[in-house]
Design a protein around this ligand. Structure first.
Ligand SMILES: Nc1nc2c(ncn2[C@@H]2O[C@H](COP(=O)(O)OP(=O)(O)OP(=O)(O)O)[C@@H](O)[C@H]2O)c(=O)[nH]1
Ligand SMILES: Nc1nc2c(ncn2[C@@H]2O[C@H](COP(=O)(O)OP(=O)(O)OP(=O)(O)O)[C@@H](O)[C@H]2O)c(=O)[nH]1
Ligand SMILES: [Mg+2]
Ligand SMILES: [Mg+2]
Lengths: 290, 279
């Protein structure tokens, strides 16, 4: 437990005194270790520790709080600040509103699209979902089954070209009286140029109000590579982190946030249709610190 | 990255440490390997060896100590392979690739769709069975995974099928109920043949960070994993966490996934894997 470790480090400087570069050196090393074990990208961890050090140096240690507690409080506050101080909510951008979801293979996009549609329906809107994943075996069946099981309108299209499916889905918004259209895309690698080009074409046709990057909450150091690749190619404006019902520390959130500055909007917390929670920076900060 | 003739300095060790972290080796393995470089600084600085060789030798030695588990030298028939792992790692796709491999070797293969939970999971596996020209069995309406597994073994015995591969639903190692469900499938397999399952393959995603070690630990405790398949190595993730998994749990990495096509499966090669860590 990080707090206990830091308490031990600071036994020697209880009471009066200032936090100095010398006496916090070990604490910072322990914190860096904790962040790396939590899957925070090592470059991000390095920058983060530097900002904690800046905040900590020269800070007075009062009787009411131990140095260890003070450092943990600074770390906690810095984490919350980096993860996004105020809960950023999805801004409604008029009707009909178009969402496109993207990400690496297996991150949870199809399941998340269904969850989002359900979330909008519970909030009184009329969502329609469509898939342009013409590659993965039974990918479109998967979304169709999820939609049917949860009374969500599913756009049927027998084209096998992602761009034309997208174009037809947009035309179908009015006929279906939908006010939200959610488009599921195939998982792809940021280094697969052909697939990234395709994603770019689909995005151009959709001209979506929101492009959401769906990332697996258990992702390690590679989180940074993936988001940089997707940002360069198509840009996105929000992130959904999935599978956080696991015991993963989820440091990828910090890396993604630090590198892209994009808000984390939701977290996936299970396979059920309701398992989509709003992202709370302060709860998440505690999770990362373990 | 680690040129021959490089001298051990603190800056150089920092660079090495960063490269190891970047490959997802994790704190424990990275610190261990950096210590190795410090220990042998004398030999390195005098040119007797170089940093790259020292690291490579340490890693290969760890990989070498993985035990060959669970593969009987006497091949049973049907040879039963249980495939498990958390959600979305590539189990179903890997089974499709594995099925083709066995078919190309002349074996008859039956794929059992024991993921009775996820939307279109059965349809997905059925398409893979067609691609690999393998037999396929799925649940009777509402049947549970264990009974599908049992039916699969019965069918394989009746038809003298060589290999049965069992697809299971993705599940978190943190879900007690779902892990118990897997143990039940395993028990049912053991009833039909006390040496079954002959292989229990844990599929891990190369993009997963330190949680992969926890996954391997829990799945191994509950099911006695005979080998690991590391998927998505065609991406930029290096999967270095498997070094710690092999070191701590002694489970061998048997196969790697390098793409989404039916041919994108390779035997794990310690040398090329280790070289790729530093690429
Ligand atoms: N436990 C858990 N499982 C999840 C969560 N989100 C998705 N899953 C599961 O993760 C697996 C992959 O989900 P998909 O929705 O198929 O992922 P995808 O990104 O669409 O996959 P591709 O289309 O192949 O790239 C499925 O088994 C889902 O049920 C989550 O928040 N928690
Ligand atoms: N690039 C790449 N993608 C892969 C690889 N293996 C699997 N995939 C993709 O990863 C995604 C998930 O694969 P699945 O086979 O559905 O994974 P799963 O473990 O069966 O998923 P669940 O049953 O939902 O838990 C699909 O889009 C696959 O095409 C691989 O080696 N490389
Ligand atoms: Mg999908
Ligand atoms: Mg599957």
């Amino acid at each position: 437990e990080l707090t206990d470790k830091l308490e031990a480090v600071f036994k020697s400087i209880r009471g009066h005194g200032k936090l100095t570069e010398q006496n916090i050196k070990h604490a910072l090393r322990d914190i860096r270790r904790a962040l790396l074990e939590a899957d925070v990208n090592f470059k991000v961890a390095k920058h983060f520790i530097e900002s904690v050090q800046d905040k900590a140096l020269g800070t007075e240690v009062f009787e009411s709080i131990t140095p260890g507690q003070l450092i943990v409080k600074i770390v906690h506050d810095e984490l919350i600040k980096l993860l996004g101080e105020k809960d950023v909510r999805l801004q409604i951008k008029g009707s009909p509103e178009i969402f496109m979801v993207c990400g690496l293979q297996g991150s949870g996009k199809t399941t998340t699209i269904a969850k989002l549609a359900h979330y909008f329906r519970k909030n009184g809107r009329n969502p329609m979902v469509s898939s342009v994943d013409v590659y993965r075996p039974a990918a479109i069946d998967q979304l169709r089954v999820l939609a049917r099981n949860n009374k969500i309108t599913f756009f049927e299209c027998d084209s096998d070209d992602p761009v034309s499916i997208a174009a037809k889905a947009i035309e179908a918004i009015n006929t279906n009286d939908a006010d939200v259209l959610l488009i599921d895309t195939a998982g792809r690698l940021h280094i697969d140029n052909a697939m990234m080009e395709e994603l770019s074409k689909v995005r151009n046709i959709l001209n979506p109000h929101h492009v959401l990057f769906v990332a697996d909450g258990m992702t390690g150091q590679d989180a940074v590579n993936a988001v940089e690749g997707f940002i360069d190619f198509i840009d996105f404006d929000g992130v959904i982190l999935t599978k956080l019902d696991s015991d993963t520390r989820g440091g990828a959130a910090l890396s993604i946030r630090h590198v892209t500055g994009k808000p984390i909007l939701f977290v996936g917390t299970g396979e059920r249709i309701e398992a989509l929670d709003v992202f709370y920076p302060d709860r998440y900060a505690s999770r990362i610190l373990g | 990255l680690l040129p021959f003739g490089a001298t051990i300095t603190d800056d150089m060790l920092d660079e090495v440490e960063e490269a190891l972290y970047e490959a997802d080796l994790g704190v424990h393995a990275s610190e261990f390997l950096v210590e190795k470089l410090r220990d042998r600084a004398g030999e390195i600085n005098s040119g007797k060896t170089d940093p790259y060789t020292v690291m490579k030798e340490s890693i290969l030695s760890i990989i070498d100590h993985a035990k060959e588990k669970g593969t009987p030298t006497e091949k049973s028939r049907p040879y039963i392979i249980l495939v498990v792992g958390v959600n979305g790692v590539g189990k179903t796709t890997t089974i499709g690739k594995l099925a083709l491999r066995y078919k190309n070797e002349g074996s008859s293969v039956l794929l059992a769709a024991c993921d009775t939970f996820r939307a279109a999971a059965v349809d997905q596996l059925e398409i893979w069975a067609k691609r690999a020209n393998a037999e396929f069995i799925k649940a009777q309406e509402g049947a549970d995974p264990a009974s599908v597994a049992y039916d699969a073994i019965m069918r394989a015995k009746a038809r003298s099928t060589d290999v049965v591969i069992i697809d299971t639903a993705g599940r978190l190692h943190t879900s007690r109920n779902l892990m118990e469900e897997l143990k039940k499938i395993r028990r049912v397999l053991g009833k039909s043949d006390e040496s079954a399952p002959h292989e229990t393959l844990l599929v891990l995603d190369a993009t997963t960070g330190q949680n992969a070690l926890t996954q391997a630990d829990v799945f191994n405790r509950d099911l006695n994993i005979s080998g690991i398949v590391l998927t998505k190595l065609d991406g930029t993730a290096k999967g270095g966490i498997v070094i710690s998994i092999i070191d701590k749990l002694k489970i061998p990495i048997k196969l790697i996934g390098i793409g989404e096509g039916v041919d994108d499966l390779r035997d794990f090669d310690p040398e090329s894997f280790t070289e790729a860590l530093f690429a």
